[in-house]
Design a protein around this ligand. Structure first.
Ligand code: NAD
Ligand code: IPM
Ligand code: MN
Length: 365
């Protein structure tokens, strides 16, 4: 197949991890005989520096015309003055809104080889397989903001339609998994959360085969650590989802491991690791590329419909997590390039094994 993929490397470690994912996608294209056309565009701090705005119109236009968008990370100390007129993160938020990618899927699994890196005891990590569905284009992130010299406000607003569509997505996804949805809110305090709870409960009636439970966000933060194996699909609003998924990443062993897929109504999507620009390690060639590689796998599956190719990337990453090399965040001393080479090697070996198998089948009939 032919596909147009826009890459948005962004800031900090963003370009380092995006380059690895592009190298792996090129290897996939070659092995499976696809034509992937890559179009790199500026976003975030680098775009402020070169174009005066964090989401230049040409970047947005390219993303709108793409089959999928792969993003590294935006932001960093250079652009983090709280009084700055514009911030890199605004570019990412504007892009999510413009693409209408309201459902942010953030899968969490714990690789047995990395369980020792988790702050939790190993036995708690068995059977951890959670799919967070974070609402991505509403809530306090997008409400009206005010600021005077001695006060500030961020309006948190949700409409019924916004809650319905992300709830439906969560129930659909649960049907393909273990059939359980946990909806997380703060309905004991927030009006938006009471609307959220009512709406999710009403939508649940359309999915009688899926079990729904509600959980308040504060106790959910605790339960994620004490009973992580209990959860299947967790659906929640924008800000709660942001916070809970960084917490979830700690269970997996590193923030550098978790991927995400941001989806709207069509097939196109925005794919990015959940971590940020990691200014403390940027430029050193030590960033963990796994979250971005697994995001590229999600891109292959969700936007391009290439399930075998996605599984091939996931299997290659799995092999490298099992056997090493590992970056520093995983307790190893490998650089980003060594992990890239190991994943490319694992992919090549898969291809070799399947060719041997085909040849063997020919010989032996
Ligand atoms: P961060 O995710 O950038 O870093 C938190 C910690 O995790 C750091 O110690 C970092 O070194 C480590 N880490 C993150 N990714 C890693 C990787 N791939 N490999 C190894 N270690 C990794 O969070 P922060 O420091 O709070 O934010 C820094 C900047 O990134 C801020 O400007 C923030 O707004 C931005 N940010 C952007 C995105 C995004 O573009 N999607 C996401 C989160 C944060
Ligand atoms: C994420 C990030 C972003 C968010 C920031 C950079 C706007 O933390 O993707 O998780 O809060 O959504
Ligand atoms: Mn975040």
């Amino acid at each position: 197949m032919k596909a147009r993929i826009v890459t948005l490397p962004g800031d900090g470690v963003g370009p380092e991890v995006t380059a690895v994912a592009v190298a792996v996608l090129k290897a996939v294209a070659q092995r499976f005989e696809h034509t992937f056309q890559f179009d790199e565009q500026p976003i975030g701090g680098i775009a402020i520096d070169t174009h005066g705005e964090p989401l230049p119109p040409a970047t947005l236009e390219a993303c709108r015309g793409a089959d999928a968008v792969l993003l590294g990370a935006v932001g960093g100390p250079k652009w983090s003055d709280p009084n700055a007129p514009v911030r890199p993160e605004q570019g990412l938020l504007a892009l999510r809104a413009a693409l209408g990618v309201y459902a942010n899927l953030r899968p969490l699994q714990v690789h047995p080889a990395l369980a020792a890196l988790s702050p939790l005891k190993n036995e708690k990590l068995k059977h951890v397989d959670v799919l967070f569905v974070r609402e991505l284009t509403g809530g306090a992130y997008f409400g009206a903001k005010t600021r005077t010299s001695d006060a500030a406000t961020d309006e948190c607003k949700y409409t019924v339609a916004e809650i319905e569509r992300v709830a439906r997505r969560a129930f659909e996804l649960a049907r393909g998994r273990r059939g359980h949805v946990t909806s997380v809110d703060k309905a004991n305090v927030l009006e938006t959360s009471r609307l959220w709870r009512n709406t999710v409960t009403r939508i649940a009636a359309e999915y009688p085969d899926v079990k729904l439970e509600h959980q308040l966000v504060d106790s959910m933060a605790m339960l994620l650590l004490t009973q992580p194996g209990r959860y299947d699909v967790v659906v929640t609003e924008n800000l709660f989802g942001d916070i809970l998924t960084d917490e979830a990443a700690a269970l997996a062993g590193s923030l550098g491991l978790l991927p995400s897929a941001s989806l709207g109504e069509g097939k196109a999507g925005l794919y990015e690791p959940i971590h940020g620009s990691a200014p403390d390690i940027a430029g050193q060639g030590v960033a963990n590329p796994v979250g971005t590689l697994l995001s590229a796998a999600l891109l292959l599956r969700h936007s391009l419909g290439l399930d075998d190719e996605a599984a091939a990337v996931e299997a290659a990453v799995e092999e490298v997590l099992r056997e090493g090399p590992h970056t520093r965040d995983l307790g190893g001393d490998a650089g980003t390039a060594a992990v890239r080479d190991a994943v490319l090697h694992a992919l090549a070996m898969q291809a070799h094994r399947s060719n041997v198998y085909v040849e063997g089948a020919r010989v032996h009939g």
